[in-house]
Design a binder for this molecule. Structure first.
Ligand code: TSB
Ligand code: ZN
Length: 582
C-alpha cells in the first residue's frame, strides 16, 4: 500500500489538506482549538479540542462538504515568517499553539505560519500554492486522542483523512484500505470466534476462544515435533521470578520500562516475567556440563508479560500477555556458526510450510551512544556483532542493518513482516548473547579440563503464538489450511428426513478430523453460504445420489465446483492435504 510519507508531492498535499480540514472545522465549530495535524503513512490527521462537541459519522460528512466548498473558493496559501514574540501574539487565543511556540528556540528558529482566506495555522510547511489543488480527498475516520498522548491530559478528537492528485488514485487507495481492513486479523478474529478481549481482564490480554485454542494447539504440536527432532529439550518454568533474578540478568536495569511493576509476597518481591532467559540459565546451571554435551537446547512455550503502551496494543499482534515459542541454545564459541545456521534453516523451513514469502531479515545492532538501554561493554558488543555479521554473510541471506534495535544483551537477526494494517513487526528472532552466561556464572569443562563460559543463542521461531496467529490469519484472510482450521469439514444433508442418517455415519467415520454436521432446518443454499462465510475448508453436500451410491460430494473453500468421490478417495484427499499443509 502507498506510503504517503515517502512521496514528496503527496506529503505536501496531505499536509495542506490537514489545514483545509482545520479551516472547515473552524467554520462549523468556531470554538474549536487545534493542536497538531501531521502527515502519516496513511494520509494525515488533526487533533482538535472541540469542547463539549462530539464528532460523529454525520459530522465528518458535513466537514468534508465544507472542505470542498473552501477548496472551490480557491484561496492562495500564503507563508508568513515572524518572531517568537509575534507568533505568541498571533496565536494567543489557542493555548495548544502557545505551548508549541513556547517550546521553540528563540534565536535559531524562524517561526512560520500559513494563511488561507480566513484561517491561519502555525506550520513549517511546505504547502501547495492554493487550496484549489485539494480536490481529491476523503475523511476516513475519527477517534479520541489524549493531548500529547498522555492519559492524564484532556482527550482531544482526532480526525483522519487522505488526499491525492486525482480521483483514480484516491479510489484505488480507498479500495486498498478496504481490502486491508477485511484482512485485519482483529476483524477475522471476531468473525471466526478466534479471540476476544474484555475490559475486566484488561488491555492487551486476549482470551483465546475454542476456535483460537485449536489453532494454537496445532501450532504448538507442529513446532514441538520439529524442535524435538532437532534435539531440543522442553521445560516448564513459572511465569514469575523474583526481582533479584532480573537484577542478576540485567533486565531490571535495562528492561524495566517494558515490565509490569513488582509485587511483594511475604519476604519475596516478584515480577511477572517479560522473558524466559533467566529461568533457562538456571536450568542449565543445575547440572555440570562437558563440552561434549554442547549444544544444549532448552525450549519452552512460555508465557511472558510486557508493558506495552495502551495505544500500541493491537489484537493478537501486540499484546501484554504473550506466549513465546522460546529456546535458549548453550554453545561453545566454535559452535555459534553452525547452530545459528540451523536456526535460520528452521525459520526458512517453517516459512515454507506456511507459504510465507514476504519477509525481510534485519540485523539489529546496538546504539553505541545509548548506555542506558544497552549493557556497557564495547568489546563484548563488537565481538558479538562481528560474529553475527560473519555468520550471516556465510549464510548468504540478504539482510539490512538497523542500529538501536538490538536486545540489551546482544545483537539479533530479526525477521520482519508487514501486517494488513500498521507498521512492520518482528516475527522470528535469533539472538547472540555473550552477557547472560557471564552474569549467571555458567560454565562447561573444555577438552583440556578447563572451565569455560558458554555462549547463548536466544531464538523464537514463531516469535509468539499470539503474533504468529495474527499474521497467519491475515496471510490467509482467515481461510486457514486444512490442518489448522478449527472446523475442517462441514457436512450438510440436503434433506434431514432422508439423508441425515448417512451424514451421521460419515461424521463418525471421519472422527479423526474436526467435523461439524449442519442438520438445522434451513435452506441448502443458506447453509452452503454459511459454510463459506465460516471459511470451512471442505463442505460435504449429502443428497439422495450420495446415499444411493455410497459416495461423498464435496466442495473446497474458494471453489464453486462440486466433486463426487468414494469414501476412500475422499480420505486420501484429506491425508494428502494435511501432509502438504494445504
Ligand atoms: C527469543 N529472550 C528472547 C527470546 O529468547 C526474547 O524475548 N526476544 S524478543 O524480545 O525479541 O521477543 C521474542 C518475540 O516475541 C519477538 O520476536 C516477537 O515476535 C514477539 N513479541 C515481542 N513483543 C510482543 C508483543 N507485545 N506481543 C506479541 N508478540 C511479541
Ligand atoms: Zn531469551
Amino acid at each position: 500500500m502507498k506510503n504517503i510519507l515517502q512521496d514528496e508531492r503527496l506529503n505536501m498535499l496531505n499536509h495542506s489538506c490537514a489545514h483545509l480540514l482545520a479551516q472547515a472545522v473552524k467554520h462549523l465549530y468556531p470554538k474549536a482549538l487545534f493542536w497538531v495535524g501531521p502527515v502519516i503513512e496513511e494520509g494525515f490527521y488533526y487533533d482538535i479540542d472541540l469542547g463539549d462537541e462530539v464528532i460523529t459519522d454525520e459530522s465528518l460528512l458535513k466537514i468534508e462538504k465544507e472542505m470542498k466548498k473552501i477548496a472551490k473558493d480557491g484561496k492562495k496559501i500564503i507563508r508568513h515568517e515572524v518572531s517568537k514574540k509575534e507568533a505568541l501574539e498571533i496565536f494567543k487565543d489557542n493555548p495548544y499553539k502557545i505551548d508549541l511556540i513556547q517550546r521553540m528556540d528563540e534565536k535559531n528558529t524562524v517561526i512560520s505560519y500559513y494563511t488561507q482566506g480566513d484561517f491561519s495555522d502555525l506550520c513549517r510547511g511546505p504547502h501547495v500554492e492554493s487550496v484549489k489543488e485539494l480536490k481529491h480527498f476523503k475523511l476516513l475516520k475519527f477517534s479520541g486522542a489524549y493531548y500529547k498522548g498522555d492519559k492524564n491530559n484532556k482527550m482531544l478528537q482526532r480526525i483522519y483523512g487522505v488526499c491525492f492528485d486525482n480521483e483514480k488514485d484516491l479510489d484505488d487507495y480507498l479500495q486498498e484500505l478496504k481490502e486491508a481492513s477485511e484482512r485485519d486479523h482483529r476483524k477475522i478474529g471476531k468473525n471466526l470466534n478466534i479471540f476476544i478481549t474484555h475490559d475486566l481482564v484488561g488491555k492487551g490480554m486476549p482470551l483465546w476462544l475454542p476456535n483460537g485454542a485449536i489453532i494454537r494447539k496445532e501450532l504448538e504440536n507442529y513446532i514441538y515435533k520439529k524442535e524435538q527432532k532437532l534435539g531440543y529439550k522442553h521445560v516448564y518454568t513459572p511465569c514469575v521470578g523474583t526481582v533479584d533474578l532480573y537484577k542478576t540478568s540485567g533486565h531490571w536495569d535495562h528492561y524495566q520500562e517494558n515490565m509490569f511493576p513488582s509485587m511483594k509476597v511475604d519476604e519475596e518481591e516478584f515480577v511477572l516475567r517479560p522473558m524466559n532467559c533467566p529461568h533457562h540459565m538456571l536450568v542449565y546451571a543445575n547440572t555440570l556440563h562437558s563440552y561434549r554435551d554442547l549444544p544444549i537446547r532448552i525450549g519452552e512455550f512460555a508465557t511472558d508479560f510486557r508493558y506495552e503502551a495502551s495505544g500500541a496494543v493491537k489484537g493478537l499482534e501486540r499484546v501484554r500477555c504473550m506466549c513465546q515459542n522460546d529456546a535458549h541454545l548453550f554453545v561453545t564459541p566454535e559452535q555459534i556458526g553452525d547452530e545459528f545456521k540451523k536456526v535460520v534453516e528452521l525459520i526458512l523451513d517453517v516459512y515454507h510450510d506456511f507459504g510465507i514469502k514476504n519477509y525481510k531479515f534485519r540485523l539489529s545492532l546496538r546504539d553505541k551512544e545509548d548506555k542506558e538501554k544497552y549493557f556497557d561493554d564495547d568489546e563484548m558488543w563488537d565481538t558479538a556483532e562481528n560474529k553475527l555479521r560473519e555468520v550471516l554473510n556465510s549464510l548468504e541471506i540478504p539482510y539490512y542493518e538497523a542500529v538501536g534495535e538490538a536486545a540489551f544483551y546482544g545483537p539479533k537477526l530479526d525477521v520482519e513482516v508487514k501486517p494488513a494494517v500498521g507498521p512492520e513487526v518482528t516475527l522470528s528472532t535469533c539472538q547472540l548473547d555473550f552477557l547472560l552466561p557471564r552474569r549467571f556464572d555458567l560454565s562447561y569443562i573444555d577438552n583440556e579440563g578447563n572451565k569455560q563460559i558458554p555462549v547463548v543463542i536466544h531464538r523464537a521461531i514463531f516469535g509468539t503464538f499470539d503474533r504468529f496467529t495474527a499474521f497467519i490469519l491475515e496471510e490467509t484472510k482467515g481461510a486457514l489450511p486444512l490442518w489448522l482450521s478449527p472446523v475442517q469439514i462441514n457436512i450438510i444433508p440436503v434433506n434431514n428426513e432422508y439423508h441425515l442418517d448417512y451424514a451421521q455415519k460419515l461424521q463418525e467415520k471421519l472422527s479423526n478430523y474436526r467435523v461439524e454436521l449442519d442438520s438445522r432446518e434451513e435452506k441448502l443454499g443458506y447453509k452452503i453460504r454459511e459454510s463459506v462465510t465460516k471459511k470451512i475448508p471442505i463442505t460435504l453436500i449429502i443428497g439422495q445420489k450420495e446415499v444411493d451410491n455410497n459416495t461423498i460430494s464435496y466442495r473446497l473453500y474458494g471453489s464453486e465446483e462440486t466433486k463426487t468421490v468414494s469414501f476412500e478417495e475422499f480420505n486420501n484427499l484429506l491425508e494428502q492435504r494435511i501432509l502438504e499443509k494445504n
